[in-house]
Design a binder for this molecule. Structure first.
Ligand SMILES: Cc1cc2nc3c(=O)[nH]c(=O)nc-3n(C[C@H](O)[C@H](O)[C@H](O)COP(=O)(O)O)c2cc1C
Length: 194
């Protein structure tokens, strides 16, 4: 299963277009896909209550339950976010913070999510309106922590800067082809590492 997370509030915006193209490539290669539109989901921010420390299970009950199941079941995960204030969007970050439950499961309870027959691999897609790349660096560090926490041992990153208006990425000379190729590559077999 290829699971995508759409972290922009703009439907039909740049992140949406790029994620859609990567997911389409995976689907065209015969893989099952699903996309979570984080902006329209009921996901509360992590309360740092410690409730997951002994169980690895979050005590909050909301749409994150669906995300936890999807993360466990996916062997390919695509995280797609615009850069907001030099970081991943709040929609994306809220979901990531709730993965503290996986952090506890992995690092306190010493249980990783099994790699399964196809291993686990990730793809990070970022798009920013400015030409400065500070946000891309911040996003990369956060996303790397996310992927490793959810037992995804390897990921590729692609980012596009200077793309601001809704849909402007369609005018980029290579962006759609780039993410299409990365989507195709994502579903290639990998060495199983967990
Ligand atoms: C609240 C907000 C903060 C933003 N901050 C940045 C930023 O720090 N760096 C940047 O490159 N672009 C920034 N942008 C521009 C967006 O990254 C850009 O418009 C992007 O194309 C939006 O992608 P989307 O169409 O998928 O929503 C910001 C936009 C908003 C709404």
């Amino acid at each position: 299963m290829v699971t995508g997370f759409h972290g922009s509030p703009r439907i039909g915006g740049n992140t949406d277009i790029l994620l859609g193209e990567a997911v389409r490539a995976a689907a065209d290669a015969g893989h099952e896909t699903q996309v979570f539109r984080l902006n329209s989901m009921d996901i509360r921010p992590c309360q740092n209550c410690g409730g997951c420390e002994e169980t690895g299970v979050c005590v909050l009950k909301d749409d994150m339950d669906e995300v936890y199941d999807a993360i466990r079941g996916a062997d390919r995960i695509i995280l797609a976010s615009p850069i907001f204030f030099f970081a991943l969007s709040a929609q994306t970050k809220k979901m990531i913070d709730r993965c503290q439950a996986f952090w506890c499961e992995k690092y306190l309870l010493k249980r990783t999510i099994p790699g399964g027959p196809y291993g686990r691999k990730g793809l990070l897609i970022m798009v920013g309106g400015m030409k400065r790349d500070d946000g891309i660096h911040c996003g990369e560090v956060t996303a790397k922590a996310f992927f490793r926490t959810i037992s995804v041992p390897q990921h590729e990153t692609v980012s596009f800067l200077g793309i601001d208006a809704k849909g402007a990425v369609l005018e980029h000379p290579t962006a759609l082809k780039d993410v299409h190729e990365l989507g195709k590559k994502l579903v290639l077999p990998t060495d199983v590492v967990s």
